[in-house]
Design a protein around this ligand. Structure first.
Ligand SMILES: Cc1cc2nc3c(=O)[nH]c(=O)nc-3n(C[C@H](O)[C@H](O)[C@H](O)COP(=O)(O)O)c2cc1C
Length: 194
């Protein structure tokens, strides 16, 4: 066997969503962030369009991200869904994380590649980042408040109408025991055709 399958399986199973409120103030080094992004770019991509784009917020720029998320939440959330608690959470996350990476899909010119496949490629890239973060002992949280899909968010990120923000990946060293996950057994999910 070329790779250590038990380690790879452990890594995949141990990737957990860990929220920024459980991160410590310890900084994530730039080299580690670069490693995550480099690994992201090795995701599969139909037609090799490589539609992923990364906008990294560290240090003071996290304040700008927080402000923008707050502003958009206030502006775009219907009154019946608006919660002050949610606003506070959305605005606090960038500060609670050493780094926030906004991951976007930039639509290529090859119209033969359906949009969904460009989105799928970026989702695979995000998973690569989460797995790499897990290997570094970093907690990660793929956050997708509705506002990220708005044209206002596109404009803030300098994205065109055909591009999409797919999430904010928050990262940090954790202050809690690594959480355990749960999944359904494959027997419930799989139809075999022999
Ligand atoms: C596309 C996508 C978007 C997500 N957005 C959110 C989110 O906005 N808020 C949240 O609490 N979790 C979000 N998650 C994380 C899931 O809640 C989490 O993966 C799920 O609870 C399973 O836990 P695990 O990641 O620890 O296995 C998202 C996951 C995916 C794949």
């Amino acid at each position: 066997m070329k790779y250590n399958l038990s380690e790879i399986t452990e890594l995949i199973k141990n990737r957990r969503t860990i929220y920024p409120k459980f991160y410590s103030s310890r900084k994530v080094h730039k080299e580690i962030i670069e490693h995550l992004i480099r690994n992201a770019t090795w995701a599969p991509t139909h037609g090799n369009t490589q539609p992923w784009r990364f906008k990294v917020y560290r240090e003071k720029s996290r304040g700008k991200l927080s402000e923008k998320l707050g502003e958009l939440y206030k502006k775009l959330t219907p009154e019946n869904l608006y919660k002050e608690e949610k606003l506070n959470k959305i605005m606090a996350r960038p500060f609670l994380s050493s780094v926030a990476i906004v991951v976007c899909m930039e639509r290529g010119n090859n119209e033969k590649i359906p949009e969904i496949e460009e989105i799928e490629a970026v989702a695979c890239a995000i998973q690569n980042m989460c797995l790499t973060a897990t290997a570094y002992g970093l907690g990660s949280f793929w956050s997708s408040p509705k506002i990220i899909y708005s044209k206002e968010m596109n404009s803030y990120l300098n994205l065109r109408d055909q591009d999409k923000c797919l999430g904010i990946l928050y990262l940090g060293y954790t202050t809690i025991d690594w959480p355990k996950g749960q999944r359904k057994p494959i027997e419930y999910l799989t139809d075999w055709n022999d």
